[in-house]
Design a protein around this ligand. Structure first.
Ligand SMILES: [Fe+2]
Ligand SMILES: [Fe+2]
Length: 189
């Protein structure tokens, strides 16, 4: 396989960096496949609930879709716990970082803060403040985060719910993660 000529970045030529840019474009084009694989891996993630983390993610996205949410919300709901494996103590920030270049700012903000908004539903049982979310009360995205957690996330632990399977969401994952990154038409929409 072709590689660059350098062993230190400062020695790279224009040709090397042109080659790497093309290589990176191909790699980014395959991002939806890696997102789907990472979602599939959630089957082996945090246990103890009545359903595994993939089922929870699918159910959250299914509820968003049935609620009439747009594609940015559905895909955000689908990946909102993707950080569980590698960033268990700040999984919300990791999910937000993954999707931030491709969706409306409000969706990325809600993913980044959903952990604290979820406190509402259980923090009193573990000695934390259920109203911690109020530190964000002046955020323009506060109401969206309330809805995300109330209607889609905190309700999605039900093994009896009629949840869409992962393949149902593949076209949406492909559409979102193949958008041009940081494009104002999507992130400022
Ligand atoms: Fe979460
Ligand atoms: Fe969740």
């Amino acid at each position: 396989m072709k590689t660059v000529t350098f062993t230190k970045m400062e020695d790279g030529t224009e040709e090397d960096y042109k080659f790497l840019s093309e290589h990176e474009a191909e790699f980014c084009h395959a991002l939806p496949d890696r997102i789907m694989d990472a979602l599939e891996n959630l089957r082996n993630s945090l246990s103890g609930y009545k359903i595994d983390r993939l089922e929870h993610s699918l159910q959250t996205a299914t509820r968003a879709e049935r609620d009439g949410a747009d594609i940015d919300w559905i895909v955000s709901a689908l990946i909102h716990d993707l950080g569980d494996d590698l960033a268990p103590l700040n999984h919300d920030s990791m999910a937000a970082a993954i999707i931030k270049p491709y969706v409306r700012e409000e969706c990325a903000w809600v993913l980044q803060h959903h952990g604290i908004f979820q406190y509402k539903y259980y923090a009193d049982k573990i000695g934390l403040n259920p109203e911690e979310r109020h530190k964000y009360k002046y955020s323009p995205h506060f109401d969206a985060a309330v809805k995300f957690c109330r209607d889609w996330d905190q309700t999605s632990f039900d093994p009896e719910y009629d949840t869409f399977q992962l393949e149902h969401f593949r076209p949406l994952v492909e559409e979102v993660f193949r958008r041009p990154a940081w494009d104002d038409t999507h992130i400022k929409a």
